[in-house]
Each structure stands twice: as structure tokens, then as C-alpha cells.
Design a binder for this molecule. Structure first.
Ligand code: GZL
Length: 348
């Protein structure tokens, strides 16, 4: 079903202008402050004759290398050549910006709305507005916890509980290989954005394994928001407050880079020959190089290449075909044993 995008464009722009004008006047912000999400749409609006499928996409932010790869994957799939007009919005990790963007897409009467929920809760109202407007919603990457799952049509992402369990299982095997399975093991965890499905599910998955080991002690789990800067800050706090750390678990590579800076400044070594076992998530190229060098022991892949999955889902919907509600992407576990065979072809 294609909405006449052009017919509503003028009305939408006027509505959007007044919504934004009122929001920053009432919010007491100065003119042109960050009151609206970055909305980077393509240069030229689609001509009606182009008959493009108009997709509004609220990406949660640009906080990590993984996020950049995820955005690129989607932008490379939903191209004009493939029959799409992609309206891309960067919410800078703020839920209110995502909600504003989604409302903007509704007023523009796009054909589809896509977004990666920065946190799981708080979406029911705006998704009901999208449903009332007859606009299908596709969740990308992270999940939303909803009272009514008819508020979204499909979700594409990773099984992040499985990712957390893979980290625990790898640690079990590694400690056994090292003859340390009976040793008291002290663990600290750098967590991602609090309330995000990545943080909730990786934490739960690892704990599913850790709870079987009374000699594993999780000294502290601290959010570091998936960023390098925060990862360094939290790791510095861990090093100030705890001695005898055996394992650092970092729920994404960007936080790992920050944690490594903090440990290097204290002369602490990590990895295959290091004092501390370092477990990371995402498996972006820069981190896989550190796996290859033995600095990171293991990197649990979280595959950002979701664009083609989304392309197929929308094509099926356009043809009136059924689509799976949950669409899980393929992922691997990288250690020094297998990483080099993938490094050459890794594009992100
Ligand atoms: C995981 C994704 C996470 C990545 C981080 O699916 O939501 O968010 O692990 C990113 O790098 O910030």
C-alpha cells in the first residue's frame, strides 16, 4: 500500500514545524537547540511517479562502531534503486527523540516505520498511534516490551540471551583448559544502556551459566552505556574499588576499548597471556584485530548486517505474503583459534 507521500508533505511539514516550535518554546530551550532528532532524509523528496516505498527509520543513535555498521547495512539495503525512500533519523540515544521521530513519520504518512528501541519500555502509546494510522512497524536490533504485540509487525535482531550464554560457556571451557575450574573467580561486568534488550539479555544469558558455578563471583555490574568514554570511567572505578579481578566482561567492543585504556594506564595486561581474562561482545573489525593479537580472549558476535533481512520482510509485506514475527540473524564466537580466517573479509 503506498501513501501519497507528496499530498501530505506540505501539511506534514507545517505540522512538524509547529510541533517543534511549540516543543522548544514550552521547553524553554533556546532557538535551534537540540529539540528535534537529527532527521537526515535523502536530498530529494520522491516524485509520486517514482512509486517508492517510503520508510521512516528512527535509529537510536551513533554510540558505537556496531551502530554505525547497523545503520550502513540498512541504508545500503533500502536504496532508491531498490525502490525505497528512506527517511533516517538519529535519536542520539534519547527515547523522546525516537518518539518525536515516529510521530513525525506518522504525520508524513510513511508506508513503514522502523526503529531500534533505545530501551524496552515506553512505546505502547506511540505504536498505538502508528497502528491507528495503519502504518506497519518493524523493530530493528533491540526489542520493545509491549502489552499488545500486534503493535509491531516484525522484529529483526540477535538472540542476546544466547550471546550471554555463549560468553559463560566459553569461560567454563577456558577455565577447564587452564586447570582453573575449581578456582575462586572474580568477575566484573561493564553493562550496556540500562533497560536495553542488549543489556538485559546479555546479563541474563551470562547469569544462566554463572549460577551453576558457586566459585564464580560477580563483584559488580555497572552500566557504561555502550560507549568508550564511559567504559574507561567504569573500568577505572572497578580498579579503584576491587582487587584480584580475574575476568572483565564488557557488553560491547566500544566499552572494551575504554576498559583497555584504563587497564593499560595501570600496567594491567589482558588476554591470552594477560593477568585478566577479557570477554567482549559485538565482534567489530577493530576488536577482532585485538582478538587476533591475543589482547581480547573472546568476542561474541552481534551481527549488525540486518538490512537485507528488512528488505526481504518489506518486499513480502508489499506482496501480501506472511512474515515471521521474530527474525534472528546468524552469529559466531571469535577467539584466536578462528578469527584470522574472518578478518580479511570483515567489512565492519
Ligand atoms: C546489540 C546492540 C548494541 C550493541 C552495541 O544488538 O543493540 O547496541 O551491542 C550498540 O554496540 O550500542
Amino acid at each position: 500500500m503506498r501513501h501519497s507521500y507528496k499530498k501530505y508533505a506540505g501539511l506534514a511539514c507545517r505540522m512538524l514545524f509547529w510541533m517543534l516550535f511549540l516543543s522548544f518554546v514550552t521547553a524553554g530551550c533556546g532557538p535551534f537547540q537540540d529539540v528535534a532528532p537529527d532527521v537526515h532524509s535523502e536530498k530529494k523528496m520522491p516524485d509520486e511517479g517514482e512509486n517508492l516505498i517510503v520508510v521512516g527509520f528512527s535509529q537510536l543513535g551513533s554510540e558505537s562502531l556496531w551502530r554505525t555498521a547497523n545503520s550502513e547495512s540498512i541504508q545500503e539495503a533500502l536504496t532508491r534503486e531498490n525502490g525505497f525512500f528512506l527517511e533516517f533519523s538519529n535519536a542520539r540515544q534519547k527515547q523522546e527523540n525516537q518518539i518525536k521521530a515516529i510521530r513525525g513519520f506518522i504525520s508524513q504518512r510513511v508506508d513503514y516505520i522502523m526503529f531500534s528501541p533505545v530501551t524496552e519500555s515506553g512505546w505502547d502509546t506511540v505504536l498505538r498511534e502508528a497502528k491507528d494510522a495503519g502504518i506497519p512497524v518493524i523493530l530493528v536490533d533491540r526489542k520493545a516490551s509491549l502489552e499488545d504485540d500486534s503493535l509491531y509487525t516484525a522484529w529483526v535482531g540477535s538472540d542476546m540471551i544466547s550471546e550471554g550464554e555463549k560468553a559463560g560457556i566459553w569461560l567454563e571451557d577456558y577455565l577447564k583448559e587452564e586447570g582453573r575450574e575449581e578456582e575462586e573467580i572474580n568477575i566484573v561486568v561493564l553493562q550496556g544502556t540500562v533497560g536495553s534488550s542488549a543489556q538485559l539479555e546479555r546479563t541474563k544469558g551470562f547469569q544462566n551459566i554463572a549460577k551453576e558455578h558457586a566459585n564464580w563471583h560477580i563483584l559488580k555490574q555497572e552500566p557504561a552505556d555502550f560507549t568508550t568514554a564511559k567504559g574507561k570511567e567504569v573500568m577505572e572505578m572497578f580498579l579503584r574499588n576491587y582487587t584480584g579481578i580475574d575476568v572483565v566482561i564488557s557488553q560491547n567492543d566500544d566499552m572494551t576499548f575504554g576498559a583497555l585504556q584504563a587497564m593499560e594506564e595501570k600496567g594491567i595486561t589482558t588476554g591470552v597471556d594477560g593477568e585478566i581474562i577479557l570477554i567482549s561482545f559485538d565482534a567489530v573489525r577493530e576488536a577482532l584485530e585485538l582478538v587476533s593479537q591475543g589482547v581480547i580472549n573472546v568476542d561474541i558476535e552481534c551481527n549488525p548486517e540486518q538490512g537485507d533481512y528488512i528488505l526481504e520482510i518489506i518486499r513480502k509485506l508489499e506482496n501480501g505474503e506472511p512474515v515471521d514475527k521474530e527474525n534472528i540473524v546468524e552469529e559466531k564466537v571469535f577467539t584466536q583459534k578462528n578469527v584470522d580466517e574472518y578478518l580479511d573479509t570483515r567489512t565492519y
